[in-house]
Structure formats: C-alpha cells, structure tokens
Write a protein that binds this ligand. Structure first.
Ligand code: ZN
Length: 260
C-alpha cells in the first residue's frame, strides 16, 4: 500500500489494498492518520451529517426532527434522488441546512474507470449547485470507500472528501432507537462528524424512522457534554498542515476531455 499526496488537505492511500478494503476495516486508520478526511476537527463542535437522501417521506421527517431541536446539518445527497426530488432539495437548503455530494447513485466506485467516476461526480455537483444555488463543498463516497480516482475527481471539482468519525449504525434491519443512541454515545465528542441516514435507498426499509426517533436523545446527549451541533461548513476541519478550514479549496476542474 503506497501513499500519494493530493495537495495539503488529504493524503490518499493507493494500491490494491486501498481498493478492496471495506470501510469498516480502514476507518480506524483514517481516523488516526487522516483526521481531516475522517471529519475530525478541534473544539466542541460536532458535525451532523445525513447520507442517501433526499427521500420523499423520510427527508421531511428528518427535517422536522432537526427543526424541533434547532439543529442544522449537512445532507450528502445522491444525484439520482435529487433529480427526482429537486423541490425537496430546495426545502432542505431553505431550512438552513447544507447539501453535499454522496455520488450520483449508491453503487460502489471500485473498478469504475476514472472518466466515469469523474463525470458522475461532476453531474451530481452540477445538480446540487443548481438546487442549492452554490457549489457543494463536500463529497462522501457510498459505503465510505474512497478510491484514489474518486478523491482526485472530487478535489478537481472543488469538493473535499469527508467521511465520519461516529455513526449510529441506523441502516441495519436489527437497529433500534436504543442501539442507534448507544452506537453514537461512545464517540460523540468535540470534533466528531456524525453519520446518520435520511433515506432508505441503501438501508433496511424504513430505518430512517429510528433515526428520527433517536435524534432528540442524541441532541440531549451532546448538550449534556457541552457540545454544539451543526453542519460541516461550521466544523473547522483540520488539514494535514494543521490548520482549520471551513471551506474546501476552490479547484478548477480541467474539463471532461482531460485524462486525469
Ligand atoms: Zn450511503
């Protein structure tokens, strides 16, 4: 497994092991050695993020739950889902939340040729930009598996790859409200990035109902620990150079005709 640099912000692991290792295996390594990529920051802020939306029934329920506790979040949307529910995307933005890119669909990026990965991310970025009225800052790959090609394409599109440091495991068929809160609790601390889901494209059907029900308890837990909850734009992510940034660097995409 080799290491290649991709600017100051993120180191990319390259090689066969990178492409086949499941996210759950290498996430601890990412958190230890690449805290910025894992979504780690300093201070008492916790970034609240939702993946896989927008969903016609689920996202409005999550928005209502967030509104009830006065928390804003980042929604990593799928381009294909946003294309079906553009108005819902606008509602998310109008409520003060942030849209980011989770890909065009929820298929693995492994093994896809670079031009295809690049074009799909560009398409999703374009749609999010149109709906949000501003280009997205963040990219999170499906299943948390960030290939070198996807990271490169995202950076060229001006999006910073961000994974997560704590999750609710709210996608499983056996999850309960208690299991979601229990999964979050140990790592809910200052600088954490929390992953939950606002649609069930890739989760157990209706799993988002647990997420909605667990949210007030997670917010209470954070408050008891003196933590502030908010979107990634307010998270002050750490770069490899040790500085905290709120915005991904603006990188001009060279055009679809370019090879890499
Ligand atoms: Zn996902």
């Amino acid at each position: 497994m080799g290491l290649t640099g991709a600017g100051c912000g993120v180191m990319l692991l390259a090689g066969a092991a990178w492409h086949v290792a499941p996210a759950v295996t290498w996430l601890p390594l990412v958190r230890r050695f690449l805290p910025g990529l894992a979504g780690r920051s300093r201070g008492h802020h916790v970034a609240v993020t939702f993946d896989d939306g927008p969903g016609l029934d689920s996202t409005p329920a999550v928005l209502a739950a967030l509104d009830a506790v006065n928390v804003r979040a980042t929604f990593f949307v799928l381009g294909a889902a946003l294309a079906r529910h553009r108005e819902l995307g606008r509602v998310v933005c109008a409520a003060g939340h942030e849209l980011a890119v989770h890909g065009w669909d929820h298929r693995w990026l492994l093994g896809r040729p670079f031009p295809r990965v690049r074009d799909e991310l560009a398409r999703a970025r374009e749609l999010v930009s149109e709906v949000a009225g501003a280009p997205p800052l963040w990219f999170r790959p499906a299943y948390g598996v960030l290939t070198g090609d996807a990271a490169l394409a995202a950076r060229r599109l001006g999006m910073r790859p961000v994974l997560w440091t704590v999750w609710g495991r709210d996608w499983t068929a056996t999850a309960t409200v208690k299991s979601v809160v229990d999964a979050v609790a140990p790592d809910l601390r200052g600088g954490a990035t929390l992953l939950l889901h606002d649609a069930d494209h890739a989760t157990a059907p209706g799993a988002w109902r647990l997420t909605v029900a667990a949210l007030p308890q997670i917010v209470d837990l954070a408050a008891a620990r003196g933590l502030a909850l908010g979107p990634l734009r307010d998270h002050g992510l750490i770069t490899r150079c040790g500085e905290a940034v709120n915005r991904a660097p603006a990188v001009q995409f060279p055009g679809r005709a370019g090879s890499r």
